[in-house]
Design a binder for this molecule. Structure first.
Ligand code: SAH
Length: 351
């Protein structure tokens, strides 16, 4: 089986060009063609015919196939179900803001973290995605926008908040980030990429060494050990205080901060006392808190708190002077909101 072209970062491509005595410019021409122009056809830019023939014969240029597209009726959110070569399915979401989009990418088929509030975790981990399957989600979503919402094909932010634990599939995610960042291709700014983690310490340590600058979001969800153990089982192996200590060692630039995500679940972690403990834990850090009211999914037993409870929680955090945002759910009519992604769920269900 041929290797996917989309598994190569720029330096891999340069090495291949040198080893095969191809024209020096081939790497930049090809990256530009496939990642900047996002062309579907064979490259006909300024590149020697023999180089084109070499790449066509050596590499696979296919991408994950779009199986189904769900467009939200409430906002402009789009959820894609992709079919992979081995027939596994994964989901990707385009989240609108003005006429631009953030893209929420999946990093694994299913997830091993088994968080009690998350629909994806209910599937268990099937396998890691390859780099080409990760960058493929981006390219296919971009092409869909170009074809279906012309002049709206602006994807400004990339968040690894879809299915899977990105730091548990570190190598493929890292290479995908390198491809997104490459100035020869999509040239996405380092501050525009965010990796969200449940607190997988081995990956966090590698992240700080190998892809510093890419933003980090920690799914915190409760400052109380017993409650976090229930929500995020890997907290028993990698407890929150160790996760926070690992994050504290990561050098941040002046403009950079860590996002702490906090799902608000009715009568579980939504009291002013929880907010006070959270504020005390994060006070003085370069922190930004995202409050995510729990999104229901078929079979979930948790509930979302009432709006006044959510606002009260934020008010307590405000007293700690930590910037806090209440994240409004987008695309929840097509189960595209946080934690509602589950590729077995082929039909959009209104919750
Ligand atoms: N494994 C990574 C990324 C995937 S989840 C992580 O744990 O961070 C992305 C975000 O969605 C996380 O903050 C996650 O906790 C949140 N999320 C998961 N299920 C949710 C649900 N049902 N309602 C609201 N947010 C949810």
């Amino acid at each position: 089986m041929k290797q996917s072209f989309y598994d190569l970062n720029y330096s891999d491509l340069e090495k291949i060009v040198t080893q095969n005595n191809l024209n020096d410019s081939a790497a930049s021409v090809l990256f530009n063609w496939h990642y900047k122009k996002k062309e579907t056809a064979q490259c006909v830019d300024k590149i020697a015919k023999c180089s084109v023939a070499f790449f066509e014969n050596t590499f696979d240029f296919s991408l994950p196939e779009i199986d189904t597209v769900h467009e939200s009726n409430n906002d402009r959110t789009v959820k894609f179900l992709f079919k992979l070569k081995d027939h596994h399915k994964i989901e990707t979401v385009l989240i609108p803001f003005h006429n631009k989009y953030s893209i929420c990418l999946s990093s694994q088929v299913g997830c091993a973290m088994n968080c009690s509030f998350c629909f994806t975790g209910k599937q268990g981990l099937k396998r890691n995605l390859t780099t080409s399957e990760i960058v493929g989600q981006f390219i296919q979503a971009w092409r869909w926008l170009a074809a279906n919402r012309p002049r709206e094909e602006r994807i400004l932010n990339i968040v690894f908040m879809g299915q899977g634990e990105p730091l548990h599939n570190f190598d493929a995610v890292k290479k995908a980030c390198e491809i997104f960042l490459s100035k020869h291709g999509t040239s996405i700014g380092v501050q525009k990429i965010t990796i969200s983690t449940a607190g997988y310490i081995p990956g966090l340590k590698r992240w700080s060494q190998e892809i510093p600058g890419v933003n980090l979001a920690l799914s915190l969800h409760s400052p109380v050990e017993k409650k976090r153990n229930e929500l995020i089982p890997i907290n028993k192996k990698y407890p929150l205080d160790e996760v926070l200590a690992t994050i504290d060692q990561i050098p941040l630039s002046k403009k950079q901060f860590i996002t702490y995500e906090y799902i608000l679940i009715k009568d579980f972690n939504d009291t002013p006392d929880d907010a006070k403990k959270l504020g005390t834990m994060l006070a003085g850090k370069s922190a930004y808190i995202n409050l995510i009211p729990f999104n229901a999914f078929p079979g979930s037993h948790y509930q979302r708190p009432d709006l006044d409870k959510i606002e009260q929680f934020k008010q307590v955090l405000d007293t700690f002077k930590i910037p806090t945002l209440i994240r409004t759910a987008k695309g929840d009519d097509v189960l595209a909101a946080c934690g509602q992604l589950n590729s077995k769920n082929k039909i959009a269900i209104r919750c």
